[in-house]
Write a protein that binds this ligand. Structure first.
Ligand SMILES: Cc1cc2nc3c(=O)[nH]c(=O)nc-3n(C[C@H](O)[C@H](O)[C@H](O)COP(=O)(O)OP(=O)(O)OC[C@H]3O[C@@H](n4cnc5c(N)ncnc54)[C@H](O)[C@@H]3O)c2cc1C
Length: 409
């Protein structure tokens, strides 16, 4: 579904209740919720939709739950490829089955659908690159958009620009320039069929992993897959790993048995693309005390270790739009202060466990130990599943106490 959209020009209305920069899942959901609450919302993206976004295209349970809360799950499901479960391969090639019902949807479709849902709720979608933003506090915010001389004004602004954090820097919200991880992916068509999500913490890719996610059936005896790999970035290695990643992916495709089977039956492959990730719910402040908030990957809402971020980006948008709706209806910025607090209360603990897990999984022997334990102890495996479904705190396994419990019980 393509959202109705028009290029931002001198004729674009200058005054809004809320302007949201970035129409990925975070921006589009915030726009939908605020427009549905009766506010005048302008959603601006530098790209015309539908557009591609480099991603693994997987909607894990948190994303599905968020879509369901916002009455969007059924329309997304209609576009999606359902995958019942998955298998995780440890560095020592131990194989652990996981129960993680996932929907895969190419981001070109998902993001256009969410933006169209925002427009359907009453938001306007403008195409234009936001070049600058100024927070005037009680006087609102101003956005300078390419192709328009006078700034656009709004009572409240939301930055939802993903891993592109230039606007956060200009607004004084950025605390760390460096991204947390980098990943690449390609779409591959093959006569070989794989029904599971496959994740491999390959020794040659640590600290990181490679994946094979089924994304659809072409109906002619061929299936489509999103295949990729990503690594955690350490200080100083922003560019090196991007080159190394392509070699890692080719090696994974040559040497990992399931990937090799896909390549043996390959009938087509699209170019490999890469993007940065910002994880750990850190690296930027969500609010600086004025009329401007930031949501989604821009504030590091993507999970460490897994790199899953669509669900959490949308959850930050839910929290931010609740605070903004209250601020707009009460005509005071005070409710915005609640947003950073709820982020910490509702989400921060989950990220801590995943951050520990990411450090551990970087050590091959420790990753093998956890998987070996999960294979022998049904309760450890059940806890890992519960973590994926967000029914258990990741620290129940990924902490010293958790590991000790897993080893002795
Ligand atoms: C290779 C890879 C694989 C991944 N796989 C998965 C996965 O399988 N599942 C999952 O849940 N997550 C995955 N992620 C993470 C996921 O892509 C992000 O967490 C998610 O896209 C964040 O959503 P967002 O709305 O915050 O930002 P984005 O989706 O990045 O959207 C930001 C939007 O802002 C726009 N924008 C940027 N700057 C400007 C500007 N100045 N003016 C106007 N518009 C602007 C962009 O055009 C874009 O449309 C993956 C990431 C990568 C790189």
């Amino acid at each position: 579904m393509t959202p109705a959209q028009s290029v931002v020009t001198e004729q674009t209305d200058a005054h809004w209740d809320a302007i949201i920069a970035g129409a990925g899942p975070a921006g589009a959901l915030a726009a939908r919720r605020l427009a549905a609450a009766g506010h005048r919302v302008l959603l601006v993206d530098r790209r015309r939709f539908p557009r591609d976004k480099t991603c693994g295209d997987a909607l894990i349970p948190d994303a599905q739950a968020c879509l369901a809360r916002n009455d969007l799950l059924e329309r997304v499901r209609a576009l999606a490829w359902p995958v019942a479960g998955g298998e995780v391969h440890s560095p020592g090639r131990l194989r652990l089955e996981i129960d993680c019902p996932t929907l895969t949807v190419p981001r070109r479709l998902l993001d256009a659908t969410l933006a169209a849902a925002a427009v359907e709720a009453g938001a306007c979608f403008g195409v234009g690159a936001v070049e600058d933003v100024t927070d005037h506090g009680d006087e609102g915010v101003s956005f300078r958009v390419a192709g328009r001389e006078a700034p656009l004004r709004a009572r409240v602004g939301i930055l939802a620009t993903g891993a592109h954090v230039g606007l956060l820097e200009r607004a004084g919200l950025l605390e760390r320039q460096r991204a947390s991880a980098v990943a690449i992916r390609c779409y591959l068509r093959s006569r070989h069929r794989i029904d599971q999500m496959v994740v491999s913490f390959d020794r040659s890719i640590l600290p990181g992993y490679a994946w094979i996610f089924p994304v659809g059936d072409d109906g002619d005896g061929t299936w489509r897959y999103n295949v990729g790999c990503g690594v955690v970035l350490r200080a100083g290695d922003e560019t090196g790993p991007q080159h190394a990643l392509r070699a890692m992916l080719e090696r994974f495709l040559r040497e990992f048995p399931a990937a090799r089977a896909l390549v043996d039956g390959q009938v087509g492959r699209e170019p490999t693309r890469g993007a940065l990730l910002r994880t750990g719910l850190n690296g930027a402040r969500p609010w600086a005390g004025g009329a401007l908030l930031a949501v989604g990957e821009a504030i590091g809402a993507t999970f460490p270790l897994t790199g899953e971020g669509i669900g959490k980006a949308m959850e930050t948008a839910e929290l931010a739009s609740d605070a903004v709706a209250l601020a707009l209806s009460t005509r005071t910025l005070a409710p915005l202060a609640e947003y950073p607090r709820t982020l910490v209360r509702a989400l921060q603990p989950r990220y801590l466990g995943y951050a520990v897990a990411e450090r551990w999984v970087g050590r091959a022997w420790l990753a093998d130990l956890v998987v070996r334990r999960a294979l022998r102890r049904p309760h450890v495996r059940a806890t890992l599943n519960d973590i994926l479904h967000e029914r258990a705190d990741p620290q129940r396994v990924f902490s010293l106490r958790g590991l000790t419990r897993a080893l002795v019980t």
